[in-house]
Design a protein around this ligand. Structure first.
Ligand code: PLP
Length: 407
């Protein structure tokens, strides 16, 4: 049986799939988003929506990631009955908290909504009047400390609650800027290496000054230890995306941390209304899908997974660098999106195509392929969103298009 057929059968007959599991190549079991079962309505075709091989990465605009089959199962198997959202959040939250060494956890509508709701909880506590009042902060604390290098686009999630950001650079700045209005100290994990204050020092300062600390680790699922590292370190709140490296629902995320802060955040969140979070709804399927995704992710054989990613990258690299004028390198980003990342660059005098045009040729090819543009004449590629075997297709197309552009 061909691998593709095996995978297809696996999705149609899960029991048969498990029984023949040993016959499947190990990487298809570890890392395979399963092909859709045949014969079902194909909405992509019906509506003329382009689908593609995602050799770029877990980008929101490319629909993030493909959920693990167990997550799709969780969604399907919980769609047919009613449950109270608070009950689902209580039970799934307790499991998630346990997996991540947190006191408590709740599933949010993505990491961004975890940032909003966590901040809101810090501001309001359990005071229902304050919950109704946000984003007007009369009678509440109103400032959040953030390192200058961490003050980028995602802070809009925080300022949504009405707070003002106060930029700091050094520990001395923190001690100087701290006052009775200071509500929280926010740390953006991927910006960690660019700032003067480390994550540990940030937590220590927070404890010393009695200010709650929050960290955004949205796209930092790997290494897997990140799932509990920052709770262990002492951050009061940790926020992560569900639909990036964890491969859960793209519209889910996790807010975890101190029990009383999670309880307060939930007052600001659905199913309750009359609060700033009412639009950030997650239903039972996504909450349970998020839990299953996290459990699956933590239990993966991460060494094997890493090897698969490396092997795939090596195949694509090998094909591209055969072309005269092309150079390649592989690196692992230091914090966010930690996965082997291939950079393919070319000498424009030998390979006469701009990176935008090159991307367009891959996009318009059969099958359609997405890669990211890099600096100058280069593109970057990751392999964690590839289905087994797609690395060979991408390798072939890269070589074809690079060769064609060679004069
Ligand atoms: C992706 C991302 C977010 C937003 O997360 P969603 O899960 O898409 O809501 C927030 N912060 C950072 C650093 C991110 O990369």
């Amino acid at each position: 049986m061909k691998r593709r057929d095996a995978l297809r059968n696996l999705s149609v007959w899960p029991v048969a799939g498990i029984a023949m599991g040993s016959a499947l190549p190990i990487n298809s079991l570890l890392a395979s988003p399963v092909a859709p079962p045949p014969g079902k309505r194909n909405l992509f075709k019906e509506l003329g929506i382009r689908t593609f091989i995602n050799a770029a990465g877990t980008y929101t605009f490319m629909s993030g990631c493909l959920m693990h089959e167990e997550v799709v199962d969780a969604i399907r198997s919980t769609a047919g009955e009613f449950a109270l959202i608070d009950d689902v959040q209580d039970k799934a939250g307790a499991k998630i908290a346990e997996l991540c060494h947190a006191e408590a956890a709740t599933v949010t509508a993505g990491c961004w909504s975890a940032l909003v709701l966590g901040t809101a909880g810090v501001l309001t506590g359990m005071d229902q009047k304050k919950v109704a009042q946000l984003p007007r902060l009369d009678g509440m604390k109103s400032e959040v400390l953030v390192q200058k290098t961490h003050n980028s686009g995602y802070v809009h999630a925080l300022t949504n609650t009405g707070v003002t950001l106060i930029e700091v650079e050094t520990s001395a700045d923190v001690e100087k800027s701290y006052n009775e209005r200071t509500a929280m100290m926010w740390f953006l994990n991927y910006a960690g290496p660019d700032g003067k204050i480390s994550d540990k020092e940030w937590v220590e300062l927070g404890k010393k000054l009695h200010i709650p600390t929050m960290i955004d680790i949205a796209a930092d699922a790997t290494p897997v230890e990140n799932m509990w590292k920052f709770n262990d370190m002492g951050f009061d709140l940790v926020c992560i995306s569900g639909g990036k490296g964890i491969r859960g629902p793209q519209s889910a995320g996790i807010l975890m941390g101190k029990k009383e802060l999670i309880a307060a955040a939930r007052l600001n969140a659905p199913p309750r209304g009359g609060n700033i979070g009412r639009g950030m709804k997650v239903n039972k399927e996504e909450i349970l899908g998020m839990y299953v995704a996290l459990e699956k992710f933590i239990n993966l054989d991460h060494d094997k997974q890493w090897k698969i990613w490396e092997d795939r990258v090596a195949i694509m690299e090998g094909a591209a660098k055969k072309v005269n004028g092309v150079t390649t390198s592989v690196f692992v980003p230091p914090v966010a999106n930690r996965t082997p990342t291939l950079v393919i660059s070319w000498d424009i005098n030998k390979v006469k195509v701009s990176k935008e045009e090159f991307q367009e040729r891959l996009r318009k090819g059969e099958p359609s392929i997405e890669v990211m543009g890099g600096k100058d004449n280069s593109i970057t590629i990751t392999s964690w969103n590839l289905q087994p075997g797609q690395e060979k297709i991408v390798a072939k197309r890269l070589k074809e298009e690079l060769t064609k552009a060679t004069v």
